[in-house]
Write a protein that binds this ligand. Structure first.
Ligand code: TMP
Length: 210
């Protein structure tokens, strides 16, 4: 699977990850990268079927460990069917979320043991990691009100308490502090173009140093 580049975008609700992932894909395509834009949960037919189970319905539909197992099963399918083949072909893969979301949401958010979650990722993925992770950070109340404006049926996580979202924000910041080589925090409490400029700066610096 080596050859290509794997960039992930992470963060809480309403931080504009999907918009920013698209803009980053366009930026890198214009610089001759062969880009595959994908997302989690999802990114392959089987993983998208699992996504529906995870993002729809009542907030207490699954307990934390069941959620972690479903996300991790979807992730394995996404890697096997989409990410690894694309990287093997030398492509640049941009994923809207990856395993840091499991640590932040199911670990920090739902309180599952972090070492157990890391071991689970290791069983499913080996030691595979993103080359670069951009963590879009903003206060949960701002993000949740943006997500509410968006509407739709995928509201299961948005309907969890603000305290849950505060904990997972702390989780993302702790991940970034623990892995400064891989992770960059992007202040997402700005307009789309400003956030895009910060992302372009982080990615260009990373690519320049490779
Ligand atoms: P999205 O809204 O960014 O598409 O993500 C769907 C939801 O899934 C979002 O609320 C975050 C949640 N999620 C987890 O709880 N754990 C995970 O491992 C992933 C990938 C997403």
């Amino acid at each position: 699977m080596s050859g290509g580049l794997f960039i992930t975008l992470e963060g809480g609700e309403g931080g504009g990850k999907s918009t920013q992932a698209k803009k980053l894909a366009a930026f890198l395509t214009a610089r001759s990268h062969d880009v595959v834009l994908t997302r989690e949960p999802g990114g392959a037919p089987g993983a998208e079927a699992i996504r529906k189970l995870l993002v729809e319905g009542a907030s207490n539909r699954w307990d934390g460990m069941t959620e972690a197992l479903l996300h991790t099963a979807a992730r394995r399918d996404h890697l096997v069917k989409t990410v690894w083949p694309a990287m093997g072909a030398g492509k640049t893969v941009i994923s809207d979320r990856f395993f840091d979301s499991t640590i932040a949401y199911q670990g920090y958010g739902h309180g599952l043991d972090l070492a157990t979650l890391r071991a689970l990722q290791n069983i499913a993925l080996g030691d595979f990691k993103p080359d670069l992770t951009l963590i879009l950070d903003l206060p949960p109340r701002v993000g949740l009100s943006r997500a509410q404006v968006r509407g739709g049926t995928e509201t299961r996580y948005e309907s969890m308490a603000v305290a849950f979202h505060e904990r997972l924000r702390d989780g993302f910041l702790a991940i970034a502090a623990a892995e400064p080589g891989r992770c960059r925090i992007i202040d997402a409490d700005h307009d789309v173009e400003m956030v895009h400029a910060a992302i372009v700066n982080a990615v260009s610096t990373y690519l320049g140093g490779r």
